[in-house]
Write a protein that binds this ligand. Structure first.
Ligand code: NAD
Length: 344
């Protein structure tokens, strides 16, 4: 049966990069059905700022009928009474517990660093449950919720990845010396899940040391699956992304048991919106990953290899990675090579 994905173009540079992604997928002859729908602060503004969500009901209905969605970057307004972010809402609504960010450098961009690892971040609990209690005018506490079930499902999905890509080094990032109960549960589950896999090397690193190690010797994590709770991995995956050279190259997926959301790591970049200069790489790579999720892996492979070639050649690339091509020119170059790859 044909699979179906909802496509949210988003705010700021969102429509520019998502239109490029759609062009790439169509020209690679993707068979899955793509349904455009709206979400984000621009449509919320246009509708008179009256909704209590950035995701209209009509969009929610399309999402519920789909197998996956692509979410362009959306603006989260820092004003009282504005809705919560589209990404956080969708992660919680569809129980997208695994936020996955592959971190692989490109030879031309960082000739002195060759990083290749993947970050698995728990995305539904931890410090992001949003439960805070004000005790007095001068004191407040935030709840860090960690459950065995929440840890187990993230760990299982990380270990599946390890198996599929033959990555035998598993790194659990904790602060168990201080957070004995919450990180105790996380570490316990990680240790238990790897007990039956004697060829795996399991290593625990405290979050503060991890940040230091990522800066002084990131290559020690090559071939590793890094796993952690929500806030810790939010920070470490962002640190790893910083080593790759441009936020325009970082792509990710949020995967649950029966739905997935794919997105670039960057935001709506209002400072460069409408100028046809934003780097489309992150959007194209996350969209290609969605093609694989929808059952069309050959399209993913063709696009990944084309994008790597275009970025490494550096002749038709955007300003942030040393070129002067437009968003559309870079996209067209990727399409040309992806099509050659598909014909091979
Ligand atoms: P941002 O990622 O939008 O921009 C940070 C800087 O990086 C800007 O200078 C921007 O021009 C540049 N940049 C971003 N993407 C680029 C690309 N593909 N190519 C070249 N340069 C690029 O972060 P911000 O300015 O902190 O946030 C702007 C808005 O985006 C905020 O409303 C924020 O809430 C939202 N945001 C959304 C997401 C998301 O939807 N996933 C993620 C982060 C921020």
């Amino acid at each position: 049966m044909t699979k179906k994905a909802a496509i949210i173009r988003g705010d700021g540079v969102g429509p520019e990069v998502v239109d490029c992604l759609l062009k790439v997928l169509r020209e690679c002859n993707l068979q899955s059905e793509l349904v455009l729908c709206e979400a984000g602060s621009e449509q919320w503004d246009k509708n008179g700022r009256k909704d209590d969500s950035y995701i209209p009901n009509s969009t929610m209905q399309v999402l519920e009928e789909s197998d996956a969605c692509y979410k362009g970057p959306t603006t989260t307004l820092p004003v009282a009474g504005a809705p919560r972010s589209v990404a956080v809402s969708l992660r919680q609504k569809f129980n997208l517990y695994a936020n996955i960010r592959p971190c692989k450098t490109f030879e031309r961009i960082t000739p002195n660093i060759k990083l290749d690892c993947v970050c698995f971040r728990e995305a539904t609990e931890g410090l992001y449950t949003g439960v805070e209690v004000k005790i007095t005018d001068d004191a407040a506490i935030a709840i860090r919720k960690i459950t065995r079930n929440g840890c187990r499902r993230l760990i299982n999905s990380a270990l599946e990845w390890a198996e599929r890509y033959d990555m035998k080094k598993i790194v659990g990032i904790t602060k168990r010396n201080i957070l004995k109960e919450t990180d105790g549960i996380f570490w316990d589950e990680l240790k238990r899940s790897t007990e039956s896999k004697p060829d795996y090397q399991l290593r625990e690193i405290y979050i503060d040391n991890m940040a230091q190690q990522m800066v002084i010797n990131p290559e020690q994590f090559n071939g590793s699956v890094l796993i952690s709770t929500n806030l810790f991995m939010d920070i470490i995956s962002e640190l790893a992304s910083g080593l790759i050279g441009s936020i325009g190259l970082i792509y990710s997926a949020n995967i649950g048991d029966d739905f997935a959301m794919f997105e670039a790591a960057h935001g709506s970049a209002p400072d460069i919106a409408g100028q046809n200069k934003v780097n489309p790489t992150a959007t194209i790579l996350s969209g290609a990953w969605m093609a694989e999720y929808l059952g069309e892996k050959h399209i993913r492979d063709a696009i990944f290899s084309a994008t790597e070639q275009v970025v490494n050649e550096g002749k038709t690339v955007t300003f942030d990675i040393g070129g002067n091509s437009t968003t559309l020119q870079m996209t067209n170059e990727i399409i040309k090579i992806a099509n050659q790859n598909l014909r091979k």
